[in-house]
Design a binder for this molecule. Structure first.
Ligand code: C2E
Ligand code: CA
Ligand code: CA
Length: 680
């Protein structure tokens, strides 16, 4: 039994609406069934009522007929025995009797078997009634003994002849028929009941149960969806908050970005809440070096660490933003001196990055905020001018923005514009500084150094215009102009038999990385008519900081293959890797002035000796720069340095002066500090 229930449960559980959109079909079918049911039930009621009525009428009439048969017998008896005055009573009884018979026979709707059994011509009842009415009629017409005989026959016919019995059985037949009809109707009712039950079941299992399941599962789904919606809405809100944060923050340092800074200044300016506050632009002096030597990972980590350090330098209501590159902006309510001291002290400590001590230096440009006339970032641009000035002054310093600085900056920009024409118009001149062989004091060669003969500002040294040329991307053209002019002079001195020249040409990092460098350089050399061994290219050590540059390597290899010597300038000031340097086709190194000037100081001496030993190992010529004193020259000579260059032997000179110098000194030993020329 339990198993049956379980099975039924399983079947019920499987009942579901495969196609809920067709539910209306189910409803239509069931409603049609209900309508049929109601209609059937109504029909049944009508049939039952009609049948019952007809049957009871038939029974009634049948009983009446029996009574009238009796009345006929009584009237006949009264007519014959009681010598009734006339036969009207009897006639009337006969007519009634016959009428009843006709009424019953024609009442219709009697089953054929009953019709046949009662009213067929051959039916006993029919025969008996015919005979009975004939006898009764005969009594009316007969007289005397015939009349009496007919009465006897009539009574006999009624009582023993079978009429009374036939009429009684007619009544029973009608009663039976009523019972049969009633039973049939009951059966139909039962069938209707089962049909109703089936319809109800169909309704239950075909509509309500699946519909209930559907509604329940829809509710569950809706609840799940509502939950999911709630979760995804929460996620969306979270993402939106992230997006808003991202739009206003730098992804690396997570500090507010330029956009946030603009909004902050705009709002604060509007309510004057940052008037008298200090705006500082902090720039890292050596960030490029960290990035180039240690890699971008260290650079990024350093920016994050600096951002955090700066945040810890300010109060909560102050503002710090990352401007990109190596620059941060701070807006603080504290006096400039206080906040600058704190920032400098904080950044003075080397940062521990990935277990490595990374020292850094910072420069600061700052100003006090006041009523603003320009855009919100104008104070930042002004602080940028001050920062630039701080960096130009050697870094690790703070500079306040002033109108003079702005003028300086404007000059710098003007200089850049003027430089373009200056290069084209030959205003950049090559000057020459002698290089002396320490062993015999003879002229070894000359370094070509650029000077700008500015039409209004007079003679400008590289210090005044090279930074502008570098930032304006003009170094390639400038170098090219200097080589061309220098080699033209050199060729002239050769042609005039004054000197077989050997000139060192400075090549900026931008220039050596130029894809057209080699062809342009060799073309200048070829046009000068000098041999490849008469020119030397000086490359700064900073050219090699920051890993391999294919173009630089290709150009240097090209120079070496063409027989042009390559020397490393300012050796000892950069951080180029020694292994990288060892791979370069170098012919010499130039000891930087900063290592030569302190000589014969013991510390400087040990570095100089180490460099000389390394150079000897690599087979490189060493040229000492900035030799001013006899003692320095002697010291270098004693340590095995081959060539010296410096004011002690000769300052850089314009071509005509250098020509005179050559005419005096070529082929002779140049003594230190005896040939001082008054040039720059
Ligand atoms: P550098 O290549 O290291 O040139 C040597 C610099 O030291 C020159 O400065 C020179 O005048 C100066 N100097 C030489 N001997 C002494 C000395 O005994 N004492 C002192 N105090 N200074 C001395 P200058 O001419 O001002 O050039 C500065 C730098 O500008 C050069 O340094 C070089 O890197 C760059 N430069 C100059 N001309 C050119 C050029 O045509 N192209 C490129 N790319 N760079 C150039
Ligand atoms: Ca040089
Ligand atoms: Ca140098």
């Amino acid at each position: 039994m339990i198993a049956v229930f379980k099975q039924a449960g399983r079947v019920l559980a499987r009942i579901e609406l495969r196609n809920p959109e067709r539910l209306w079909v189910h409803y239509c079918v069931v409603i049609s069934a209900v309508v049929i049911l109601l209609f059937g039930s109504h029909l049944l009621d009508r049939v039952e009522a009609k049948n019952g009525h007809q049957a009871s009428e038939a029974i009634e009439m049948s009983t009446q007929q029996l009574l009238h048969a009796q009345k006929v017998v009584e009237a006949a008896t009264e007519f014959v025995v009681g010598n009734a005055a006339d036969s009207r009573q009897l006639d009337k009884a006969i007519v009634h009797f016959q009428d009843l018979h006709h009424t019953i026979a024609n009442s219709g709707d009697l089953p054929a078997a009953v019709q046949q059994r009662l009213f067929d011509g051959a039916a006993p009842l029919y025969q008996d009634i015919r005979r009975f009415t004939a006898l009764a009629g005969h009594i009316v017409q007969a007289t005397g003994p015939q009349q009496m005989e007919a009465l006897t026959h009539l009574q006999y016919q009624y009582l023993s002849g079978g009429l009374q019995q036939e009429l009684t059985s007619q009544t029973s037949l009608f009663s039976d028929q009523l019972a049969i009809d009633t039973r049939r109707i009951l059966e139909v009712r039962l069938a209707l009941f089962f049909f109703s039950a089936a319809v109800l079941m169909a309704e239950a299992f075909w509509i309500f149960l699946p519909a209930h399941r559907l509604v329940r599962s829809t509710f569950r789904k809706l609840r799940r969806q509502a939950e999911m919606l709630r979760k995804s809405r929460a996620k969306l809100e979270e993402m939106n908050a992230k997006l808003v944060h991202m739009a206003g923050h730098d992804p690396l340092t997570d500090l507010p970005n330029r956009k946030s800074l603009t909004a902050f200044i705009t709002n604060a300016m509007a309510d004057k809440s940052i008037h008298e506050s200090t705006l500082l632009l902090v720039g890292l002096d050596d960030f490029k070096t960290v990035n180039d030597t240690l890699g971008a990972d260290y650079g990024d980590a350093l920016l994050i660490a600096v951002g955090q350090a700066l945040q810890s330098c300010i109060d909560e209501e102050d503002f710090v933003a990352y401007m990109g590159n190596d620059e941060f902006v701070l807006i603080s309510a504290e006096p400039a001196k206080v906040i600058i001291a704190r920032i400098m002290a904080s950044l003075d400590q080397p940062f521990m990055i990935k277990g490595r001590r990374v020292p850094t230096k910072a420069s600061i440009g700052y100003l006090t905020l006041g009523p603003q006339t320009g855009g919100p970032l104008e104070p930042v641009a002004d602080a940028g001018v001050a920062l630039q000035s701080a960096k130009s002054a050697g870094g690790k310093t703070a500079r306040q923005f002033t109108a003079d600085l702005q003028t300086e900056q404007d000059c710098f920009q003007n200089l850049q514009i003027e430089l373009i024409d200056a290069i084209k118009n030959g205003e950049i001149e090559p000057w020459f500084q002698p290089q002396i062989q320490l062993s015999d004091g003879h002229l070894h060669g000359a370094e070509v150094l650029a000077r700008w003969r500015h039409p209004t500002r007079g003679l400008l040294s590289p210090f005044h215009f090279l930074p502008a040329a570098e930032r304006a991307g003009l170094m390639i053209d400038l170098d090219h102009a200097v080589w061309t002019a220098a080699l033209r002079y050199a060729r002239a001195w050769q042609d005039e038999g004054i000197w077989r020249p050997c000139v060192s040409l400075n090549v900026a990092p931008d220039t050596i990385a130029d894809p057209h460098f080699l062809e342009r350089f060799l073309l200048v050399l070829q046009r000068s008519g000098l041999e490849a061994d008469q020119v030397i290219v000086e490359l700064l050590e900073t050219t090699f900081i920051g890993g391999d540059d294919d173009m630089v390597s290709i150009n240097i290899d090209g120079l070496a293959e063409s027989g042009v010597a390559v020397e490393l300038d300012d050796f000892g000031t950069g951080f180029a890797s020694l292994s990288r340097l060892a791979q370069l086709p170098l012919t010499g190194v130039k000891l930087d002035r900063s290592l030569v000037s302190p000589l014969p100081d013991h510390g400087a001496d040990s570095i100089v000796r180490a460099v000389l030993a390394l150079a000897a190992e690599l087979g490189l010529l060493v040229i000492a720069e900035g030799v001013e004193e006899t003692a320095q020259a002697k010291h270098l000579d004693d340590r095995g340095c081959a060539v010296a260059q410096g004011y002690g032997f000769g300052k850089p000179m314009p071509a005509n002066e250098f020509q005179s110098w050559l005419q005096v000194n070529v082929g002779k030993a140049v003594n230190i500090n005896q040939n001082l020329v008054k040039s720059a």
